[in-house]
Design a protein around this ligand. Sequence first.
Ligand code: TYM
Length: 329
Amino acid sequence: MFSGVKPTGHLTLGNYLGAVRRWVEEDQHRGEALFCVVDLHALTMDHDPARVRRLSRQAASLLLASGLDPAVCTVFVQSHVDEHARLSYLLECVASDGEMRRMIQYKEKTAQAVASGQSVRLSLLTYPALMAADILAYDAVEVPVGEDQTQHVELTRDLAERFNHRYGLTFVVPRAINPPVAARVMDLQNPGSKMGKSHDATAGIVYLLDEPDVIVRKVKRAVTDSGAGVTYDRAGRPGLANLLEILAACTGKKPAALADAYAGAGALKADTADAVIELLRPLRARHAELSADPAQLDAILREGAARARSIARPVVDRAYRAIGLLPPA
Ligand code: TYM
């Protein structure tokens, strides 16, 4: 099992419900599991070095605060393990330019960069090769992600199959797994687009470290469609559907069943805000404790990187041999 989070912004409720929470509750207990702060991926758009460093520590700390337990899984930082970049290059030699350009995130982010007058970094195009390397270096079978990452995992499968076909069986072919509800949490102000940590407008984004009163304000101001009552209709009433899914994810109930229980959006918003605050309360407290002891975090990340390296090294060496590179004498 392998998954990762990119330190391009503060972690959001989308990251938590779509991915991290399941890593904690289920995935880390299902065999060898690695969870990574993928800092190299944060360099694909304009970035501030000090901020990336800060956000990388914060992301690692939030993963632990969420309940990833270094005694049962591996938590580490991507750039601490050279095998990711080593393998990425081989996968660039297997991937085609056309399939990289077809990635939705590439198209969206390229449009964003162009609109704000920035040049597009080449690494934005090759990003999915690095992501495939993250996964394939660990012989991962399952990749627990939110819905938006499914296309990248599909590409990873294609690259693994192509490599195996051309150069002999080398990689395990992984598959994406999504949570049953809240696999795509939407922006509260703009329920047509996903809640994303790197977005500029923050009013529709709940961050894991938001204070309770901020969460109440953001949820209360969530855009919901006019119309009578509360119904669960993702296409027709996306704002309400988003709140219902968030509440469902927090309470373990079904969104459609919850819709029946509400007469109007006001009460739904109040309950959703409360449920989110309660869900995040222990995480915030644990994050505060961890932040007070940076040496402990460093030690966990050091051990995590050593463990990750020991798994990835032989896999990547295997790929180097298979593709025709001369092993060092
Ligand atoms: P990232 O950092 O954007 O998101 C981390 C995880 O959170 C999920 N997620 C969401 N789920 C539901 N609703 C949302 N609004 C939402 N926003 C984010 C993402 O699907 C993801 O699971 N490219 C990846 C990081 C990555 C990776 C990997 C993941 C790099 N290498 C290898 C898995 C395996 C990314 O940008 O995730």
